[in-house]
Design a protein. Sequence first.
Length: 130
Amino acid sequence: MPRLFRKIGIGFVALLFLTSGTCHFLLTGFFVAIMPPYLPWHHAAVYVSGAFELLGAFGLLVPATRRAAGIGLLILTILVTPANVHMWAHPELFPQIPESLLFWRLPAQAALLAVIWFSMIRPAPKSESG
């Protein structure tokens, strides 16, 4: 059963980052708008993070690069936390998004970190690795 959960986690995370990474290029204005004003180079940061999300998503699909991709996506997920905190702290800037959703992005991000860790980074139990 743990092997099935790992596969589901890998598929979920790959699809999530494939979608999100693509959206960084299709909906650039939205991603620029959610960046805290104190961070520099908004457009460049959106494009670079989108590219890394896509690289990470594809890296998860290749067993030889899965762990490295998982580590990269874990770090990237932590690095985008200021945008989620900024949205939660300033809901008036995002009237099109319900405040409750802005709050729940933070626990969802913590859950995503856990899925990345357990599905891609944590060593597989001996019964799975053989």
